[in-house]
Design a protein around this ligand. Structure first.
Ligand SMILES: [Zn+2]
Length: 85
């Protein structure tokens, strides 16, 4: 494999990654770079195909619970081996 083709293969991989780890921001407050937990919670508690994501504060407000409750849920889901977390 020549240097050029190796380089373009790497380029392709990076592009794919870029799509995969697309940065999500909060639908309500616009907080950027939501964590995997926040995205996982949105998917798990609202809709797994959700196009709207919430940060933990807005999610807590939306669900009328406190953030501690949501953080406890994250741990619970992790223990269950949920792939989203
Ligand atoms: Zn928010």
């Amino acid at each position: 494999m020549g240097k050029t083709s190796l380089h373009s293969a790497l380029d392709q991989t990076l592009k794919k990654w870029g799509n995969c780890v697309e940065k999500k921001s909060c639908y309500i407050c616009g907080k950027k770079n939501l964590s995997k937990n926040e995205i996982g919670l949105t998917k798990k508690l609202l809709d797994k195909d959700s196009k709207r994501f919430y940060c933990i504060d807005c999610l807590a407000e939306y669900l009328e619970v406190d953030t501690e409750f949501l953080l406890a849920k994250v741990e619970e889901f992790k223990e269950q081996g949920c792939k989203l977390f």
